[in-house]
Design a protein around this ligand. Structure first.
Ligand code: MLT
Length: 263
């Protein structure tokens, strides 16, 4: 579906009724990352998955920064009549959830931080983003999918679930080069969110695939330790795209969190 906002079109899907759970995908994904969560929302939950700026059916945001994207998401929430929501993000979506907390915390009634990290890019990481922009420009989204795919899933998924690997590969190949370029700028320039972890005073669930090599479990353990009263769930047999690789386990953890913390 499409919703028009003052900042342009936003692609989204939703399922279920009740307390809103807004899901933000990673890089270079689109809202179909959350297909399995849309298929089985936690009880009493309205799950909404957005295409982030320039991905899927969404228009680009004018400024490639995560703070600007947070304002863009708040605008999408206005258009979808969501005064508040539990905000869940995977990887880049998690970085964006932190930006929403910084800029629009009244809109955030809970956080789900999946396969993400609080820290900013290292200098080396920033240089890799710039190199990836050059690759995307020269060779297209397929080259980015090739570069990202090995880290996107865990070794168990690689061995046992070719369909999940193909699903993610096809999603990344669909990304527009312009969206990849802008997202890489937003990722490269994002601030360190570590200092704000202690300010998070809404129910928070941290999820991580046990085999995640891009944002390893130790990053999630550090976030859980720093966020007051946060809960951590490690999903066995999953890597970075845990919501795709182990949807039943991911959804069970999500449902348990929503039921326990938002009765
Ligand atoms: C993602 O899945 O969103 C990316 O791995 C994030 C990143 O490159 O930092």
């Amino acid at each position: 579906m499409i919703v028009e906002t003052p900042r342009g079109r936003v692609g989204y899907d939703e399922d279920g009724t009740g307390r809103p759970l807004l899901l933000l995908h990673g890089f270079p994904h689109d809202r179909t990352l959350w297909t399995a969560q849309l298929g089985g929302p936690p009880v009493n939950t309205r799950v909404i998955a957005l295409d982030l700026p320039g991905f899927g059916e969404s228009d680009s945001a004018e400024v490639p920064s995560l703070d600007h994207w947070a304002d863009w998401v708040a605008g999408a929430m206005d258009a979808l009549q969501l005064p508040r929501a539990i905000v869940g993000g995977l990887s880049m979506g998690g970085y964006l959830a932190f930006a929403l907390w910084r800029r629009h915390r009244a809109r955030v009634e809970g956080l789900v931080l999946a396969d993400t990290r609080a820290g900013a890019d290292t200098l080396e990481g920033q240089e890799k983003r710039v190199a990836m922009q050059a690759t995307a420009l020269a060779q297209g989204a397929g080259a980015i999918a090739d570069a990202m795919l090995p880290g996107m899933v865990g070794k168990t998924t690689r061995a046992e679930q070719p369909q999940a690997v193909e699903f993610l590969d096809a999603m990344m190949r669909r990304a527009r080069v312009a969206a990849i370029q802008k997202a890489l700028d937003a990722l490269r320039t994002r601030p360190d969110s570590t200092p704000i972890l202690a300010t998070i005073d809404v129910p928070t669930l941290v999820i991580c695939g046990a085999e995640d090599v891009l944002t390893p479990v130790k990053e999630s353990e550090a976030m859980q330790a720093a966020i007051p009263d946060a809960q951590l769930a490690v999903i066995p047999g999953a890597g970075h795209a845990s919501c795709v690789e182990r949807p039943a386990a991911f959804n069970a953890v999500l449902s348990g969190f929503v039921r326990a913390r938002f009765p």
